[in-house]
Design a protein around this ligand. Structure first.
Ligand code: GLC
Length: 581
């Protein structure tokens, strides 16, 4: 009923922020296209009660930081009740908050407090799988004949008792686990503690729609749909072509983006989103730029999808972190440009991101080894905040975090990091080589606690942090960077204000410039008679370019006080603007 009411108001050009405040809005350019999004890894953002784990009250206490950055949407990693086998991506109860993180009252307060600052909370919906401790799975695994017996993906063993297929889970090992109660195997794309739901069953889809509706009613501003490309499985389950010495076949190649998946997602969108002002962004590993027109835009299923070509550019093998692939700047630029073009073609929108909680820190990932950390961070920030789309800042990215390089694998906590270390040893790599892979790709690097000040534990907790605070916290923290006009954090704030003041940086078309240039990432943004040109030197050498693209243009912002047209200092980022007439 209430959704219909909202649909009527939307028709009249009104948009509701949650269920209360309503304001006139250009519906072709909704709020989430104009804003900046920020990912909070809840466990690591701010601990309010000294147990060493970040929590919701901690987030409430630090909303000023997000407001300073001009953030309007905050994506929270899953904070529902969970046994935490995969830090919350294994959900036991979608309707309650994990006691480690607080209570539902805390969450309601966060939604309300954030809203007062024009910030909407975005929930992470993990719907490919649940926890094996979820009530639904307990019931399903209790026997072959109960109301939920078909809610997960169960198959009989092969005649010799082995797993139904040779599929390997994304975190390694068989994608099947045997269950004594049923005498059957269940499928899990990730850990065995994360059994995959059976989306073919309409009751499952209804249950998931109900979960999403519940959070829409709480007033959230959107959803990130986790691992969503895996929800549709093939019609028949056959062994895949082995891509590892143990004869297994990575499940990604077999199940990602299977035909028919979009039918499920169209249904979900119609049921959950239509008539609301929320946005939905899908985590779409396996969706290629050429697939984007079916996924976003007028006929798409999401407002945006995280497509991974640019972050996977150096990772040739899912299983072997020791293997990396050399890449060039033109190749990297092509990833962005192709995604931009494919999304724009059908009126879609792009979520610009360089980091998230699964990826290395961007300064370590994309810049030359000798790059100055602050200057390099500023160059990447210019890319993130001026490209067409909604920028997603990963907590800590605005402070200049780099990858951690701890000596011992036992210092790392993430299950996927530990597994990859073991795979590297099993593949014959030395301990040193395996650790190099860990230093390069460990998910822990994106998850170390937020550095608020120079006090013990960086002001993150008064207790013992669940993951060590990175050793550089005395220099890189919110308090010290706010006080330093040349800091990376203040550069982020300046870029955020620049976006707010120059509409072409938000709604303008994107056109890449100087594609073959090996040092410079450059593009223009054009809208309403204004044209901004963004020029970013991602190398540690000076770079020259043909300055006719900025003829007559005024300099809006640069990392270099002595910026000169036609030349960029090492790692310089500059934004120029021409106004017609
Ligand atoms: C997504 C999440 C990742 C998680 C996995 C399983 O890729 O981003 O952190 O481990 O799904 O839910």
């Amino acid at each position: 009923m209430w959704k219909k009411l909202i649909a009527l108001m939307l028709g009249a050009g009104m948009v509701c922020s949650g269920m209360t405040a309503c304001y006139a809005e250009d519906t072709s350019f909704p709020w989430w296209k104009k804003t900046i999004a920020y990912e909070i890894y809840v466990r690591s953002f701010k601990d309010s009660d000294g147990d060493g784990t970040g929590d919701i009250r901690g987030i409430i206490s630090e909303l000023d930081h997000l407001e300073n950055l001009g953030v309007g949407a905050v994506w929270l990693t899953p904070c529902y009740v969970s046994p935490q086998a995969d830090n919350g991506y294994d959900i036991e109860d979608y309707y309650n908050i994990d006691p480690d993180y607080g209570s539902m009252e805390d969450m309601e307060e966060l939604i309300a407090e954030a809203k007062k600052r024009d910030i909407r909370i975005v929930m992470d919906l993990v719907f490919n799988h649940t926890s094996d401790q979820c009530e639904w799975f307990r019931e399903s695994s209790a026997g072959r004949d109960n109301d939920k017996s078909d809610w997960y993906i169960w198959r009989d063993p092969k005649p010799d008792g082995s797993a139904p297929t040779n599929w390997r889970s994304i975190f390694g090992g068989s994608a099947w686990t045997y269950d004594e109660n049923r005498g059957q195997y269940y499928l899990h794309t990730f850990l065995s503690e994360q059994p995959d739901l059976n989306w073919e069953n309409p009751e499952v889809r209804r249950a998931l729609i109900d979960v999403a509706d519940y959070w829409v009613e709480k007033g959230v501003g959107g959803f990130r749909l986790d691992a969503i490309t895996y929800i549709k499985k093939p019609d028949t389950f056959d062994d895949g072509e082995a891509d590892a010495e143990d004869g297994t076949a990575g499940i990604h190649a077999v199940t990602a983006n299977t035909d028919g998946i979009l039918d499920f997602l169209h249904e979900f969108k119609a049921e959950v989103q239509d008539g609301t002002d929320i946005f939905m962004v899908g985590e779409a590993n396996g969706v290629l730029p050429e697939d984007l027109p079916e996924w976003v835009g007028e006929n798409g299923v999401f407002d945006m999808v995280f497509e991974f070509s640019h972050v996977l550019i150096d990772a040739p093998s899912e299983m072997d972190w020791c293997k990396t692939r050399a890449w060039t700047l033109p190749e990297w630029k092509a990833c962005f440009t192709e995604s931009q073009e494919k999304t724009a073609d059908t009126g879609g929108w792009y979520p610009v991101f360089l980091e998230n909680h699964d990826q290395p820190r961007s300064i370590s990932h994309f810049l030359p080894k000798d790059a100055d950390r602050v200057a390099g961070g500023k160059a990447l920030a210019a890319l993130l905040l001026t490209m067409r789309g909604t920028p997603f800042i990963m907590e800590g990215e605005e402070l200049g975090y780099v990858n951690v390089s701890w000596d011992d694998i036992d210092d790392y906590q993430d299950i996927s990091t530990k597994n990859h270390y073991d795979f590297a040893l099993a593949a014959g790599h030395s301990r040193e080589e395996a650790m190099e892979g860990v230093h390069r790709f460990a998910r822990d690097s994106a998850r170390t606690p937020m550095q608020w000040d120079g006090s013990e534990n960086a002001g993150f907790t008064t207790g013992t942090p669940w993951l060590p605070v990175y050793e550089d916290y005395k220099q890189y923290n919110v308090e010290s960077e706010m006080a330093d006009p040349d800091s990376l954090l203040n550069w982020y704030i300046a870029l955020s204000r620049l976006r707010g003041a120059h509409e072409e940086l938000v709604s303008g078309d994107y056109e890449e410039l100087f594609h073959d240039e090996e040092q410079i990432f450059a593009f223009s943004r054009e809208y309403g008679g204004k044209r901004a040109v963004v020029l970013i030197n991602l190398s540690t050498e000076e770079a020259a370019y043909d300055d006719s693209c900025v003829e007559g243009a005024g300099l809006l912002l640069s990392t270099n006080r002595n910026s000169v047209k036609g030349k960029l200092a090492p790692l310089e980022a500059a934004v120029y603007e021409t106004v017609q007439g």
